[in-house]
Design a protein around this ligand. Structure first.
Ligand SMILES: Cc1cc2nc3c(=O)[nH]c(=O)nc-3n(C[C@H](O)[C@H](O)[C@H](O)COP(=O)(O)OP(=O)(O)OC[C@H]3O[C@@H](n4cnc5c(N)ncnc54)[C@H](O)[C@@H]3O)c2cc1C
Length: 215
């Protein structure tokens, strides 16, 4: 039996489906500026989700290293105007990453990002080498997987913090299932919903197997 303690009381259950997702690391900006930028599409987190919406516009990617290079390259297939800005200082790019950026004519600008200004039709980013204007900016700063609750009851996690599940979404703890971004996979709504469906069927069947039939 699982016992969950919440602000609204205590809940008991024979099974739990963990769907606690991930927290996307944010660029350094005040919360109100962040929320307005997000709601206006000036700040984005998921190029797979909405990259097509920035076709042929000026796009900044805040990030560096392999993750920043991958995201900048991904967006380069939508627009020829992509700039990779290091978040906190000079870029950390090896020769291969610099070569990939050069091949795509992606400009690499050292940070830190000193400030963000939301404009009527874009966003300005202050960098040590000047103020730059973009239609939108993508954060490629990684994310923190919200698997700590499951890990606290010894569910197995991967090196990057994702819950490890079998093909029926069962974790290593009997009765604990997981679905969505907290599990390694494509961080997409359709994927999360599909995993939720698989988990629901597994929970139903596993419970039925361990419940005596009524006579
Ligand atoms: C800005 C943005 C835009 C996106 N756009 C798209 C899109 O267009 N299409 C698409 O397919 N996907 C999109 N995604 C990805 C999509 O949102 C996720 O893949 C999906 O929401 C994952 O669902 P989930 O249930 O796993 O996690 P979430 O939707 O993240 O839900 C997890 C919930 O668990 C809660 N939680 C975490 N820890 C605890 C705790 N300890 N106690 C209680 N509650 C907790 C969180 O607060 C949150 O409410 C986008 C993501 C972002 C950030």
């Amino acid at each position: 039996m699982f016992v969950a303690h919440t602000m609204e009381g205590m809940f008991q259950a024979r099974t739990v489906l963990m769907a606690t997702g991930v927290f996307n690391r944010r660029p350094s900006m005040p919360a109100n500026v962040h929320d307005e930028a997000l709601s206006r599409g000036l700040l984005r987190y998921c190029p797979i989700c909405d990259g097509y919406e920035v076709t042929d516009s000026a796009v900044a990617v805040i990030g560096t290293g392999e993750h920043g290079t991958n995201e900048a390259e991904f967006l380069r297939s939508y627009t020829a105007n992509v700039t990779l800005i290091a978040p906190t200082g000079d870029h950390e790019l090896d020769a291969a990453q610099r070569s990939r950026l050069d091949n795509g004519a992606i400009q690499a600008v050292d940070g830190p990002c000193l400030g963000f200004e939301l404009l009527q039709d874009g966003i300005a980013i202050a960098t040590p080498t000047g103020r730059r204007l973009f239609a939108t900016v993508y954060a490629a700063l990684g994310s923190d997987v919200r698997s700590e609750l499951a890990a606290a009851i010894d569910a197995e996690v991967s090196r990057d913090g994702c819950l490890i599940v079998d093909k029926h979404q069962r974790t290593s703890v009997a009765g604990l299932y997981a679905a969505g971004d907290v599990v390694r996979g494509l961080d997409q709504l359709s994927y999360a919903m599909g995993q939720g469906g698989v988990a629901a069927v597994a929970i139903r069947n596993d419970l039925a197997r361990s419940t005596p039939l009524r006579r």
